[in-house]
Structure formats: C-alpha cells, structure tokens
Design a protein. Sequence first.
Length: 276
Amino acid sequence: MKNILEAPFLQDMIEVTSNMYRLGWDERNGGNVSYLLKEEELKEYLDLNNIVRTIPLMGLYDTNFDISPLIGKYFIVTGTGKYFKNVKKDPETNLGIVRIAEDGKHIELLWGYKDGGRTTSEFPAHMMCHMARLKVDPNNRIVIHSHPTNTLAMNYVCPLEDKIFSHTLWQMSTECIVVFPEGVGVLPWMLCGTKEIGEATAKKMQDYRLVIWGLHGVYASGKDMDETFGLIETVEKAATIYNLIGSRKIINTITNDNLKEIANYFKVNYRKEFLD
C-alpha cells in the first residue's frame, strides 16, 4: 500500500483547511469539508475491507432521510469539534475516511479519527448537498462549509434574497458573473445542525453551487478543491469590495449592459432574470 499521508486527496484537504484557517474563514472548530472519493484512487492507500469501527450517520439529526444514492460511497471528512489549524500537523486525528454503510444509517470508518472522534455534525447536511449536486453534475465531489468574514458582514446590510445578493456581488468585480453566472442562493437565518437547514440548503443547491446561510456562513460545492475554494474566494473578494465602499456615494458601476457583455464574451449561461 502507498503512504496515505502522501495521497493527493489528503493533501488537498490539508491545503484547503490550512488556507481557510489562515484567511480567518474558519475560526476555532467552525466550518467543515467533505470530499467524495473514487474507489480506484482510495484502494491504493487503504484496505477497504478493514473497517475500524461503525458510526451512526445522523449525528444531531433526529429524523432520517433517504441516503440510498450514496450507499457504498467513500468520503474524506473533517471531524466534529476539530480545529482546521490542527489538520496539517495531525491529519489522522482531525480527518476521517468513511464509507456509507449498506443500511444507509451508519458510516464505516476506514481511517482517521484516531482519538475516537467522528464526522462533523454537519455531515448529514453535506450528504444532502452531495446528492443534490450529483443530480446536476455527476462530477461534483466537494462540499465546503465556511464562515468567510466579509461575506458574513455583507449579510447584515444587504437583503437576504437570491437576486439582490447575486446582482450586488456581480457588480463588485468583472470576473464575478463569469465565476458564478448562476448567482448565489440565499437562506434566512436558520438553526444549524438541523434536518431543516440541510434540506433547505440541498434544495438551493439544485440551482446554485454556493448558498449563503444567513448571518452564519456559506455552503459551496464544486468538481474539485480549486473550483470550490475559488468560488468562495471570489464571492468573498466581491463582498470585501462591497464592504469597503460602505455608505459612500457610488459614482461608477458595472451596469447590467456591461454584465451582459461580459457574459456573452465569455460564453457563460448566466441567470438572466437577475438582470431584469
């Protein structure tokens, strides 16, 4: 077997968690990441028949949901209560590789959580989002929950509506409509760690790769770490510009005609009703 500490997917997890902590997006044990792995890439590093222990899937959720599309799938997931700053120095404690068990109610731990830990308490919400995104794009493999500072600050002064929030972000930087032409989905404040917020996020992810959790943070999904991290990064940059403008009078702006010109030039299928 190859050394799992050298596996590209594990190095991706180390890099993205380290960067999010460095940027101040995931303080303390805030935030979580899950990465859908392919069996062929995983079996080079692990004996897939060696189950370390079995863990209940639902965590804080008191109501089950149908997870059958993910049965037998493998994920590397950040652990509950774990600090992103510690992932790099001790990945085997702060990360775990799991398989969704045949009963759809448990996960089989194949590696990690060596201190007796388990997946993030938000793992069920991640599973709902993975299922939603895989229906849209079977290549989607990443779900990241993060607390980017300026995006969160923007929540307090910009209406929490898909169209308004998306259009405002698009106007902050020329690249935004190219990077997220579908816009962003926005939820009101909801209690985290519940089935309700997981279902609401998954529903939004049928149309958006990034969903704002009102007054809390974001959920983002993509094909790989670069795409998903880059999506959050671009939204955060636009939110930073918005916050820097503050209450000052705007004398120049990217107009709707400009946005249409950008989208047409880069041949992106933007959400046209957001420019009506």
